[in-house]
Ligand binder design. Structure first.
Ligand code: AMP
Length: 274
């Protein structure tokens, strides 16, 4: 495995790859969720490229940029064992220039839900993903459904900018107790972690209701909010279609139920594709 820290090192290593390339962009502190993306990329491509970069432009003022978990040595080992060909770990200076041009998320779909709660987050996310996709020039790039709106916007960017890359959505990986894996789960105390389980429980409840043919969004989200009393504050409980437009009736096979909530100081998101 080549570990590249500069653009030049990366480009040299990339030139040496032959055949199809699967790319997995991450912010590190890798867990089983990331590993599932790596394994899928490994299975479906001749070569695998992974990036680890805690991207400052997608963090808002006052968010956890400085204390975002960093586990470089363990991450390198995980990538090596997963058969990654190139691990790209650039510095901020390598990735950004002064007064560079910017990419803006779409005005509607980029500024609802996560985009409303974290204005500017998706601009920064799309900016770094565009750079990484252009540098890597992959055949396929792998994104988790855990960050559903991110996945949707990246898919739109690739479409709108005529980028010849297949975006592959990957299933959410959860702990045995149902909590969706996230690098940010390490912030939770054991007591908070227990309360955080209400998020996945509320989604399970929604799933049961849909299976019992309850499709009214107001009824479903009301039942979810009762379970979500265990969290400290709910940012949103919403149901959207696959294009992220809010809907009033769940359509099976075509809807996403999303939750964002704070448990203590930790902001958690989760969702269910239904
Ligand atoms: P991050 O390091 O949090 O930026 O995540 C990198 C990629 O891993 C993104 O595409 C995420 O959606 C994906 N990911 C994070 N957590 C999970 C999970 N629990 N299951 C599946 N994919 C995940």
């Amino acid at each position: 495995m080549v570990i590249a820290h500069t653009i030049q090192e990366f480009q040299k290593a990339r030139l040496a790859l032959q055949g199809s390339v699967g790319f997995v962009p991450t912010m590190g502190a890798l867990h089983q969720g990331h590993l599932s993306l790596l394994q899928r990329a490994r299975a479906e491509n001749d070569c695998v490229v992974v990036s680890i970069f805690v991207n400052p432009t997608q963090f808002l003022e006052g968010e956890d940029l400085e204390k975002y978990p960093r586990k470089e040595d363990a991450d390198i080992e995980i990538c090596r064992l997963a058969g990654v060909d190139i691990l790209f770990m650039p510095t901020i200076e390598q990735m950004y220039y002064k007064d560079e041009l910017i990419i803006l998320a779409p005005k509607i779909r980029g500024y609802i839900l996560e985009g409303a709660k974290r204005p500017g987050h998706f601009d920064g996310m799309l900016q770094i993903v565009m750079k990484l996709l252009n540098l890597t020039s992959p055949t396929r790039a792998y994104f988790g459904k855990k960050d559903a709106q991110q996945l949707s916007l990246v898919t739109q960017m690739v479409h709108d900018y005529f980028m010849n890359i297949e975006i592959v959505p990957c299933e959410i990986v959860r702990d045995k107790d149902g909590l969706a894996l996230s690098s940010r789960n390490v912030y939770l105390s054991s007591q908070e972690r227990l309360r955080a389980l209400s998020i996945s429980r509320s989604l399970q409840k929604a799933s049961q209701m849909v299976m019992a043919k309850e499709f009214r969004v107001d009824v479903i989200t009301e039942a979810m909010r009762i379970i979500l009393r265990d969290v400290d504050s709910i940012e949103y409980v919403k149901v959207v279609d696959r294009f992220f437009y809010p809907i009033e009736e769940v359509k099976p096979q075509a809807s996403i139920i999303l939750v964002a909530a704070f448990v203590g100081k930790t902001r958690l998101i989760d969702n269910l594709w239904i």
